[in-house]
Design a protein around this ligand. Structure first.
Ligand SMILES: [Zn+2]
Length: 298
């Protein structure tokens, strides 16, 4: 019998004798497999030092990147979901919510806050994919709607950072109603002449793409983000054709005219600050030097 053949089946090392590298010290890029220290990866705002792959991050990281000195006032921080349909799959919905809240320390799939970005006031709603796939239920819709109201009341621009698998199945029709509610609120924001920037991050799909995520005065994204409505498999089966290369990537969506620009996370704050300073608010217009109206030449 060869010496390398296992005599006994299975692994017999007791857990306490197993030697493992401590978790969270190293980061391996799923794209180019480069290994860097977690500290280096975080310093690079969770993008790969080698190939610039943008790792998924949540509201905590985006707030830290965008708000000056990471100072902000969170809005509706304690809103949690009810269970209007008594929904049960492998778990009852309230149990699933409670377990997720406990595991990741978030109340639902979106956080909203007001703060300053390069000294300019801004209201941000940022989704968290870690919370049931960033699914849009009543709490997500309501918090976004209220954040938009807050932006109107305080006359700040509004930034939405989307990251979602779409509507929340456990709230069925109630989820779908959030699309109309948020879209209507955005129409009011537009009437109030306040700018709305929508950033679609990896992934933005389903009902979120079909409502607030695509309604920005500026629709922007991060490199390589998946943006779509239905998944590629469903589309392929429906149209019976192979899909083009890079289908549903941010670059593909930009090329087809649905995005205004793609911004590297490391330039996100400076680019947004620049954009906001260009988009003058109505009260700023009164203090800005008056531009003579061009006379019409007939
Ligand atoms: Zn990489």
């Amino acid at each position: 019998m060869p010496w390398f053949k296992r005599a006994d089946k299975g692994i017999h090392t007791p857990t306490e004798q197993k030697k493992e590298t401590p978790d969270g010290l190293w980061y391996k890029c799923p794209e180019c497999k480069t290994v860097t220290s977690m500290a280096e990866h975080r310093k690079n705002l969770n993008t790969c030092v080698q190939c610039d792959y943008h790792d998924r991050i949540g509201s905590k990281e985006y707030f830290a990147i965008l708000f000056d000195n990471n100072e902000f006032t969170e809005l509706d921080a304690d809103m949690t979901s009810a269970d209007p349909l008594d929904f049960v799959d492998t778990k009852a919905y309230p149990q699933r919510i409670a377990a997720t809240q406990k595991a990741i320390g978030l109340k639902d799939a979106v956080r909203t806050a007001q703060g300053k970005i390069n000294g300019q006031d801004l209201t941000i709603a940022c989704m968290d994919f870690a919370f049931i796939g960033g699914s849009m239920g009543s709490v997500v819709g309501e918090k976004i709607a209220r954040a938009i109201d807050h932006a109107r009341k305080n006359r700040t621009p509004f930034l939405m950072i989307s990251k979602s698998g779409g509507a929340r199945m456990m709230e069925a029709g109630f989820s779908l109603m959030q699309m109309a509610k948020t879209s209507a609120r955005l129409a009011l924001l537009s009437e109030a002449k306040l700018p709305y920037i929508s950033m679609l991050t990896d992934p933005t799909t389903g009902g979120v793409t079909a409502s607030y995520a695509m309604l920005g005065d500026f629709n922007i994204s991060e490199p390589g983000a998946l943006i779509g409505f239905a998944g590629p498999r469903v589309i392929k089966e429906t149209i019976g054709k192979d899909l083009p290369k890079g289908f549903q990537s941010a670059e593909f969506v930009l090329e087809h005219g649905f995005l205004d620009f793609i911004v590297d996370r490391k330039q996100l704050k400076s680019k947004l600050g620049e954009l906001l300073s260009m988009v003058l608010l109505p009260e700023d217009v009164t203090t800005a030097p008056k531009v003579k109206k061009a006379t019409k030449v007939s």
